[in-house]
Every structure is written in structure tokens, then in C-alpha cells.
Design a binder for this molecule. Structure first.
Ligand SMILES: C[S@@+](CC[C@H](N)C(=O)[O-])C[C@H]1O[C@@H](n2cnc3c(N)ncnc32)[C@H](O)[C@@H]1O
Length: 237
């Protein structure tokens, strides 16, 4: 039976669609250094397949990744055989060491369901911070910036493989319900379809800010960021 690996498709798709992980990591490194000039280590929380982490390691040398999904971690290990990668949950992890920077990219915190979970996650980030360190979180959209009914559609081709991704996002309660359909074709092998539903919480800006404050961090929100959703930056208060 012809099977496709979902994490492989995810990787190919975002890189092929032009998401510039190297440029994003470089901008985040500059932001980290603007708050913590001597920064020498970084933890990437919800690191996925390790694409930012690869570039963060070139910037800081001493890095680690944390990720919930074994599937994503398997790919991160393949990409970065020498990296320190932990399987864990951002709401409650203890790595037994601290970092100059703790970052979480591409709206991974949106997978948290409640403000209690968001508070717990940001508190865990703060607990892993060296004195004078910095936390950077890329949020999901806020309720007022999310475009209800949004459709995105792209086709990406690489090494013979073609991936088409179409998504439709609607508001469901305090979350985005994003239905994503992938069609993947490999020459001589066949064509497969799979779909996922993502529920991504539409936390308010004030809820993110409250999580940082409760964790003992002074927070600012920077507009723009890698995906237009902005960035929260926290330093010890
Ligand atoms: C949109 S992906 C982003 C991955 C990566 N940061 C990137 O920029 O490509 C969201 C990631 O968050 C991870 N994730 C979701 N909930 C998590 C949790 N509670 N703890 C750790 N990782 C989690 C998922 O497994 C997934 O890899």
C-alpha cells in the first residue's frame, strides 16, 4: 500500500511554500540579542521538525528543542542528529537547566485550550530562563484579527512530489476550527489524500499578556512578526 508520511509532507509544504525559516530564525536571534546581548543558549518549545532549531543552533550553539509529537520529533532527529531534543508538553516540563532564550514559534501556543493552560506554559518557559533572559512567543491570531471563513490554497512541487494543500477556517466558540486537506502525488507511486482538523484557540492579547505577567515577566507585543500575528517578548520584571 502506498503511504505518505504526514510530517514529511508538512516539512516539504512549508519550505516549498516559501516559509523562510532561516530568515525568521535570524530575525528572532536579533530580537533575542536586543534584549539579552550576551545570549548563548536557546530552547525552542514545540520545535516541530526542527527547522528553526537548525538555524538557531548556528546562531547560539547551545540549543535544545521540546516537542509533544513523537512523529515530529522523529523528523527533527533525522534533520538534526546531534541536537538535544526532548519529548514533552509545554504546559509542564522540567529540563533541569536554564537558557538565555526560550522561544515558541508559529503559533504553537494556540494548541493550548484554556488561559490556565496558557498560564502554565508561560510559567514553564519562565522557569527555564536564566536571569536576564528573554521569552519570545509567536501567538495565533486574536479574536479581532482572525478572518472568519478564510481559505488558503497552495500547490508545492519538490523532488518529483506534488503537494496540494487547501484549508478552510471558521470561528468555533473561542477557537479557530481549521480543516486542512492535503493531496499528495508521487510519480509512479500514486496519489493520496488526507485531512486534519485543527482547533486553535483565539486568545486575546490581554490573555497572553496576563500569562507573561503572572510568570513574573515584563511583556511587550510587537506587531508583524514572521506570520503577521506579531510576537510577545518577555523579560524578567
Ligand atoms: C504549527 S506547528 C509549529 C512547529 C514549529 N515550531 C514550526 O515553526 O514549524 C505546532 C507544533 O506544536 C506542537 N505542540 C502542540 N501542543 C503542544 C504541547 N502541549 N507541548 C509541546 N508541543 C506541542 C505540535 O506537535 C506541533 O509540532
Amino acid at each position: 500500500m502506498y503511504e505518505v508520511d504526514h510530517a514529511d509532507v508538512y516539512d516539504l509544504f512549508y519550505l516549498g511554500r516559501g516559509k523562510d525559516y532561516a530568515a525568521e530564525a535570524s530575525d528572532i536571534a536579533d530580537l533575542v540579542r536586543s534584549r539579552t546581548p550576551e545570549a548563548s543558549s536557546l530552547l525552542d518549545v514545540a520545535c516541530g521538525t526542527g527547522t528553526h532549531l537548525e538555524h538557531f543552533t548556528k546562531e547560539f550553539g547551545d540549543t535544545a528543542g521540546l516537542e509533544l509529537s513523537e512523529d515530529m520529533l522523529t523528523h527533527a532527529r533525522k534533520r538534526l542528529p546531534d541536537a538535544t531534543l526532548h519529548q514533552g508538553d509545554m504546559r509542564d516540563f522540567r529540563l533541569g537547566r536554564k537558557f538565555s532564550a526560550v522561544v515558541s514559534m508559529f503559533s504553537s501556543v494556540g494548541y493550548l485550550k484554556t488561559t490556565e493552560e496558557l498560564d502554565a506554559a508561560v510559567a514553564s518557559f519562565a522557569e527555564h530562563l536564566e536571569p536576564g533572559g528573554v521569552v519570545v512567543v509567536e501567538p495565533w491570531w486574536f479574536p479581532e484579527t482572525f478572518a472568519d471563513g478564510w481559505v488558503s490554497a497552495d500547490v508545492v512541487r519538490r523532488d518529483g512530489r506534488t503537494v496540494a494543500r487547501v484549508s478552510h477556517s471558521v470561528r468555533e466558540g473561542n477557537a479557530t476550527r481549521m480543516e486542512v486537506h492535503f493531496t499528495v502525488a508521487d510519480p509512479g507511486k500514486g496519489v493520496r489524500h488526507f485531512s486534519d482538523v485543527h482547533l486553535i484557540t483565539l486568545f486575546h492579547q490581554a490573555e497572553y499578556e496576563a500569562a507573561f505577567t503572572a510568570a513574573g515577566l515584563r511583556v511587550e507585543y510587537l506587531e508583524g512578526g514572521p506570520s503577521g500575528r506579531g510576537l510577545f517578548v518577555g523579560v524578567p520584571a
